[in-house]
Design a protein around this ligand. Structure first.
Ligand SMILES: [Zn+2]
Length: 274
């Protein structure tokens, strides 16, 4: 599942390829991907131009003339850039054809991804966007903010780090890595966390996400950005998917457990798990 660093990589790659291209035609093959009324969607997209691509948390935000196209890739959503005369593949659900006869194709084997069109002034009224917390790379993320969000919650830290309304953009991979880097127990409840642990989580989030973006994200399992970019952060993973291997710091064997249904990887010594 693409997290902040992978979505950022998709954004940077697409930006180099599609900006200022004019959309000649939109072909909707699997309409459920689109939350907006289909006639309106087609009407707005036809003749429009992608002027910029922004990102809020895990959302890609394509800037059009008067609208934003909001895209969430969820589990397996990907964009492919192809020539328009290439055969349409099974999992290509939405095709934007540009006037230069190239396509941007949305491909999603699981069909969980979603797109919506909003007027520019309504971007922050969109449900998913409105609720986003602060990003790890945003200087506004402070230890006091985190402490305030965690302090009353009887919820494990691993689950709290996945809560997009607190820190925006972390998913299962980076939440594990952040907790290891910060030496925080993933099972510890929010209400038991200290201000100094919040300071460590803040620094660890920023450090790990900046490094992951620099490395083009993490390519594991089936997720690749599809745009010819293979992430390199997997070689820096300390705990995620590393069960059975020795901790890079203390050599204790990395363990795997479920926290609220999500696989969680940790070093019981470094992260003080009793
Ligand atoms: Zn360790």
């Amino acid at each position: 599942m693409p997290e902040i660093a992978e979505v950022e990589t998709v954004r940077n790659t697409l930006k180099n390829k599609i900006l200022n291209k004019k959309i000649k035609e939109v072909k909707i093959i699997y309409p459920k991907i689109i939350e907006t009324n289909l006639d309106e969607f087609k009407k707005v997209m036809k003749g429009n131009t992608f002027h910029d691509i922004k990102r809020i948390g895990k959302y890609l935000i394509f800037e059009l003339d008067n609208h934003y196209l909001i895209s969430h890739l969820r589990m397996e959503g990907k964009y492919f850039l192809k020539n328009s005369n290439e055969e349409i593949l099974k999992h290509e659900h939405l095709i934007f054809t540009f006037t230069d006869n190239t396509d941007m194709r949305y491909h999603d084997t699981r069909k969980f991804g979603r797109m919506a069109l909003v007027l520019k002034e309504n971007l922050y009224d969109y449900e998913g966007i409105k609720k986003q917390g602060i990003e790890p790379i945003d200087d506004k993320l402070s230890k006091e903010y985190l402490y305030d969000k965690f302090k009353n919650k009887s919820i494990p830290m691993k689950t709290l780090l996945l809560d997009q309304t607190i820190i925006s953009g972390l998913g299962n991979i980076y939440a594990d890595e952040v907790l290891f880097e910060a030496q925080v127990n993933p099972f510890k409840l929010g209400k038991d966390i200290t201000l100094s642990e919040c300071a460590k989580i803040k620094s660890a989030s920023k450090k790990i996400i900046l490094k992951a973006i620099e490395e083009g994200g993490t390519t594991i399992r089936s997720y690749t950005s599809s745009l010819g970019v293979t992430g390199r952060f997997q070689q820096y993973l300390c705990v995620h998917k590393q069960e059975g291997k020795p901790c890079k710091i203390c050599k204790t064997i990395i363990k795997k457990a479920k926290v609220n249904g999500r696989s969680t990887y940790y070093c019981e010594k470094c992260q003080n798990v009793k």
